[in-house]
Ligand binder design. Sequence first.
Ligand SMILES: [Zn+2]
Length: 122
Amino acid sequence: MFFPDKADTMHEYSIIQSLIATCARVAREHDVKKIVKVHITVGRMSGVDPHFLETSYRFFREETVCQHAEIVVKTEETEAMCQDCRKIFAVRNFCFNCPECGSQKARVTKGKTLQVTHIEAE
Ligand SMILES: [Zn+2]
């Protein structure tokens, strides 16, 4: 189990606040009465713990437009591209060595996403 320190906790809280603000704006713009589900993508490299995000969300949604909305967190795996041979590979356990040529010059191409991907409403 991962226990974030206080600074990280604040980080997650501000993410939740902006997530709920996004939902409120969407609800206003589309004249929505009730938001049912919020889908969010969290990259492994985004620095956010998905479980902690869910827990904070359940706490913060009270008395907001998201009050009755479930959160669905999709985890985005990390992918990197080798800067030497251009191979794109899945990064496991923070190992950025290219499986093709062994180079250590890899750039992260996927896994930093942190965004609301879909909002279900009625
Ligand atoms: Zn390579």
